[in-house]
Design a protein around this ligand. Structure first.
Ligand code: ARG
Length: 399
């Protein structure tokens, strides 16, 4: 019986070459999986190409709803921004691909799964570690990490093996995209002094090209999950698609970051994540109304931890699940509506309202309706300052 390998297949050069290369090198049958997580992949085209190259099974899967509900929303609720800025689109997509790769591998009794990552990035770690977490006995093959072919070598290999490629579509950059964002690397972006050229961007217009009129957008949350835009209830997938569109038109969502990769390299990363930028800002503003000071501050630290776990490929881990339980508990009262202004590359929260807000006008106001007990401050400050006064009396002034 021939051994089987299940390959994560994007339809591009690397993974197309990989179908044949794995087949020959391991004398195995290849099954492929192509997933739509909002990255505008031609699913049917990919299926046909995989079969043409010789795959024995070629699955295509629209995983957009699962991606948003099971991966993106928990990360949003956690406030997970790697190094305070990267919304983790690529990092969140990887474990979901592995989940389905492993499922198919089990259905096919395959001994290995495979992916097209190189040996320099974070993605190889995410694939390998996620697979280890879900199926510790399965082998993970990474042909592009092994074969030592340059891009030109790969093209020559493809020609020799009569693998049809659509090379015209290829951009000068390495791009990965899904609903939560677009990650752009390589080429002239590797000079950290050089401003990214406009052609690197696909989802956002330049600030100067954005409309002169601001766009106000209202986002409604229920327990920390966005459920409506401008009062219209939407599915998660539609909501994110719509915000990518609206915010992108106002140039919101461009991120230019020098990032610390897990493998020890600093790299220049460009992201476009219009919906993620707006939603993280809005979600944080919603929390500022609905969480206590202690919840908000402790959660902020948890959010960093959560982002590191996702970034480092530890989605499928007990620690991430524990963090999720904590985060979910914090979201019980994070409900209401945020109003944000999108204008020439900026997103500013300008209004908040919530039925579960801890902001109380009668306590905050300086006008006549004030109910705050000013006299109570005297005793409060007396005790609050007691240790400082005591130390000053005993040990001298504290200057
Ligand atoms: N640096 C980002 C990450 O590690 C994005 C990687 C994107 N991959 C790509 N082929 N452009 O999550």
């Amino acid at each position: 019986m021939t051994e089987k390998i299940v390959l994560a297949y994007s339809g591009g050069l690397d993974t197309s070459v990989a179908v044949r290369w794995l087949q020959e090198k391991y004398d195995a049958e290849i099954a492929t999986l192509t997933m739509d997580m909002g990255g505008k992949v031609d699913l049917e085209g990919a299926r046909q190409r995989a079969l043409d190259i010789g795959a024995v099974r070629a699955d295509v899967l629209d995983a957009r709803d699962e991606f948003i509900a099971e991966y993106v929303w928990p990360a949003l609720q956690a406030g997970a921004l790697y190094e305070g800025i990267y919304p983790l689109a690529t990092a969140l997509g990887r474990p979901l691909i592995v989940k389905h790769l492993v499922r198919i591998a089990q259905e096919e009794k395959a001994y290995a799964v495979a992916h097209g990552c190189t040996g320099k990035g974070n993605d190889q770690v995410r694939f390998d570690v996620s697979a280890a977490a879900l199926a510790p006995q399965i082998k993970v093959l990474a042909p592009a990490r092994e074969w030592g072919m340059s891009r030109d070598d790969e093209i020559a290999y493809a020609q020799e093996k009569h693998i049809e490629l659509d090379l015209n579509k290829r951009s000068p950059y390495s791009v990965d995209e899904n609903l939560w964002g677009r990650s752009i690397e390589a080429g002239d972006l590797e000079d950290p002094w050089a401003e990214p050229p406009e052609e690197a961007y696909a989802w956002t217009v330049a600030p100067a090209a954005a409309p002169d009129e601001a766009r106000y957008v209202e986002i409604t949350f229920s327990r920390g999950i966005p459920v409506a835009v401008d009062g219209e209830k939407l599915s998660g997938t539609t909501l994110v698609e719509m915000l990518n569109e609206i915010a992108g038109q106002h140039s919101v969502g461009r991120i230019d970051h020098i990032e610390n990769r897990l493998v020890g390299i600093k790299s220049r990363e460009i992201y476009e994540a219009p919906a993620a930028v707006v939603l993280h800002q809005a979600h944080r503003a919603m929390e500022s109304m609905c969480l206590s000071k202690e919840q908000a501050r402790f959660k902020e630290r948890m959010g960093q931890e959560y982002a590191d776990m996702v970034y480092n490929g530890l989605w499928f881990s007990a620690h991430r699940r524990d963090l999720d339980a904590y985060v979910r508990s914090t979201q019980t009262h994070v409900s209401g509506t945020i109003r944000a202004r999108l204008y020439k590359g900026t997103c500013a929260v300008v209004g908040r309202s919530s039925g579960e807000s801890l902001y109380r006008h009668d306590l905050a106001t300086y006008d006549a309706s004030d109910t705050f007990d000013h006299q109570a401050s005297v005793g409060f400050i007396h005790l609050f300052g007691l240790p400082v006064r005591t130390q000053a009396e005993v040990q001298g002034d504290q200057q």
